[in-house]
Design a protein around this ligand. Structure first.
Ligand SMILES: NC(=O)c1ccc[n+]([C@@H]2O[C@H](COP(=O)([O-])OP(=O)(O)OC[C@H]3O[C@@H](n4cnc5c(N)ncnc54)[C@H](OP(=O)(O)O)[C@@H]3O)[C@@H](O)[C@H]2O)c1
Length: 303
């Protein structure tokens, strides 16, 4: 089956495409700069915010993955760019008569107002899955993988700080998920009859506080970092300082840290059985992701 992978230069898209090939599918990519795609598949050039190249990319595709996310600095906010990209993608999907769209976005808190970032991810979900009734939305918390920017941010922060300042949000809970499990869910979602038309939360098996997530990463990095428990959040300032220390764009880290101010847990855990995915533990996920970072030529302090 011919499958369109948008966001094929990103962490999830680049890792997903070879797995789809291995599962016997034909893959076509869509990227702003096709020369950045290392996999030997056809890639259509286009910019989803501008709406270019999408009709060509959809040509002959029966399933399309929406893995585009615009967290780069720019004149417009990420929410404005992501809205335009999702609307252009959904319109092209409808014109092409694609059978199924598969989307990966973020968990949504049921009991409090979501941050701008999570609201935007939800709006994108609603826009792209409306393109066709059999579409599937998957929602995840932090994805633990070597190229996942949220995970890499935590790794670099822990490496570079001597003490671990843990703001008041340290006691909220979440369920990070192994990148390998995310890919297994995504591959299954392309064809699973049981998943058609569903929005599913996908989460790792371990319920951890954000403080525990950071402390466990420090343990896997083999660095001793004394935690300093702060009685406040001060997210606007803290996110700027943290982004600078970790060498990341504040355009990404600011919106991500605003989402930490409450539990971020799945609505239920029915996705693994529905899609036939066995989950890795958090420790297995971190160990594997760190090893993959080292193998990609990124030495880690103390390992
Ligand atoms: N990583 C996580 O921890 C995590 C957690 C939960 C959910 N998710 C979800 O997973 C999905 C994929 O995330 P990711 O981690 O793979 O993100 P990523 O590495 O930042 O990749 C984003 C992709 O979007 C592409 N893109 C951005 N603007 C575009 C545009 N105007 N036109 C065409 N392509 C454009 C980028 O292309 P360029 O290479 O040209 O910039 C890149 O390929 C997102 O929906 C995200 O919300 C990720």
């Amino acid at each position: 089956m011919r499958i369109l992978v948008t966001g094929i230069t990103g962490y999830v898209g680049a890792a997903l495409a070879p797995r789809l090939l291995a599962a016997g599918h034909e893959v076509v990519g869509y990227a702003r700069d096709p020369s950045r795609v290392t996999l030997d598949v056809p890639v259509v050039a286009g910019d989803a915010v501008a709406g270019t190249g999408l009709d060509e990319a959809f040509d002959g595709a029966r399933v399309a993955y929406y893995l585009i996310h615009s967290m780069e600095p720019g004149d417009q906010g990420f929410d404005v760019r992501d809205r335009a990209a999702a609307q252009n993608f959904a319109a092209a999907a409808q014109r092409a008569g694609v059978e199924r769209v598969v989307y990966l976005g973020g968990l949504v808190p049921p009991d409090r107002a979501a941050s701008l970032h999570l609201r935007s991810r939800l709006e994108v979900e609603e826009t792209v899955i409306a393109a066709t009734p059999a579409s599937v939305a998957l929602r995840a918390s932090v994805v633990v993988g070597p190229r996942s920017r949220s995970f890499r941010f935590l790794v670099r922060l822990v490496e570079r700080l001597r003490l671990l300042p843990l703001p008041a949000w340290r006691d909220f809970r979440t369920q990070p998920i192994d990148g390998r499990d995310v890919l297994a869910f995504l591959v299954a979602a392309a064809t699973s009859p049981a998943a058609a038309g569903k929005s599913l939360d996908i989460a790792g098996p371990d319920v951890l506080t954000y403080g525990e997530v950071v402390e466990r990463i420090a343990e896997h990095l083999l660095v001793g970092r004394a935690p300093v428990r702060l009685p406040f959040n001060a997210t606007p300032l803290a996110s700027r300082v943290a982004a600078t220390i970790a060498g990341e764009d504040h355009a990404l880290i600011g919106p991500l840290m605003e989402s930490l101010e409450g539990d971020l847990l799945p609505r239920d855990m029915r996705a693994p059985e529905l899609l036939g995915v066995r989950l890795h533990t958090f420790d297995a996920a971190v160990e594997r992701a760190l090893r993959d970072m080292e193998q990609l030529g990124e030495p880690l302090v103390a390992r």
